[in-house]
Write a protein that binds this ligand. Sequence first.
Ligand SMILES: Nc1ncnc2c1ncn2[C@@H]1O[C@H](COP(=O)(O)OP(=O)(O)O)[C@@H](O)[C@H]1O
Ligand SMILES: [Mg+2]
Length: 273
Amino acid sequence: MSVDLNADGPADGQSDRSARIEINSIGKRYGDLQVFQDINLDFNEREIVTIVGPSGCGKTTLLRCIDGLLPVSEGEIRIEGELMTTPREGVAMVFQHFGLFPWKTVFQNVGYGLKLAGASKAEIAEKVPYFINLVGLDGFDSSFPYQLSGGMQQRCGLARALAMEPSVLLMDEPFAAVDAQTREILQFELLRIWDMRPMTMIFVTHSIEEAVLMGDRVVVLKGRPSSVFEIIDVNLPAPRDRSTLAHPRFSELREHVWGTLMDEVRAAEFDVN
Ligand SMILES: Nc1ncnc2c1ncn2[C@@H]1O[C@H](COP(=O)(O)OP(=O)(O)O)[C@@H](O)[C@H]1O
Ligand SMILES: [Mg+2]
């Protein structure tokens, strides 16, 4: 795995693409099911906010609303002051199950968004290798997803999102489908990549440890319908690395969030519906 942190990239000089997001009293219903309600959140530029909550509490739904893929039922979402109604440029999403096209190579998958956005062949040829290198997939340009491990597939998914040079990166449990060791490697690599090119990142996870490790702030969703139960300032020293996991504040926050969610998780486990 080699990430050349000094590599000249086409994105150099755009390192402060980042956006402010305001979420005002939003709610979302699917028919009779009120998934969440009265959610108010502000995301600052160059901030990593993690969102943690039990399965089914509406984390994916919330990201899809922020992405403009789903309309909210109540309230409004604004990015840089602009009302979100449809997907907009500068907002990229990384999916839990990678979301790669199985019939496209790594190169084609990474270049897909660029192509869709109307980038020229020359631009794609310049940018794609840079982002493939950034996520450590050098030499796999012509591999197909089935030839890659889960971790490598998610590197590809991440490169595809980063290639759009987004100001907002939405991550939906991106490391949930990879093994524990790979997950840890990817977490720290993502933090390093983010450090090079800080953007507003909203990182959804059901892992309490991951939420505390990755976030500047942790948003805890709870209840049915869910809403914001707590917002925690993490305040762990930078850079976050393996030593962070042994920091007393890390354990303190992990236990705190665990205590907050335990009843809810237990209830969900025994909920046959
Ligand atoms: N397209 C949909 N139509 C109807 N119900 C949905 C749809 N998508 C999700 N849901 C329901 O909304 C709730 C929240 O789902 P989701 O956002 O996927 O939760 P999470 O990501 O936190 O696990 C769940 O009860 C789920 O079954
Ligand atoms: Mg989900």
